[in-house]
Design a protein around this ligand. Structure first.
Ligand SMILES: [Zn+2]
Length: 50
């Protein structure tokens, strides 16, 4: 994943992919951020469920 980190804003739901972990949401400025990076790395996250 080229070292990108995936961070979701708990307030507005924006997901950002950035090289460095942000301290605040780019859209609303909230600092209530959840790091999704580990979840994206889970192979089953992208698995198709038919
Ligand atoms: Zn936000």
């Amino acid at each position: 994943m080229l070292g990108l980190r995936y961070v979701a804003c708990d307030d507005c739901g924006t997901v950002a992919a950035t090289p460095a972990t942000p301290t605040a949401c780019e859209r609303c400025g909230s600092t209530a951020l959840t790091d999704l990076t580990d979840r994206f790395r889970e192979p089953t996250y992208f698995a198709d469920v038919d």
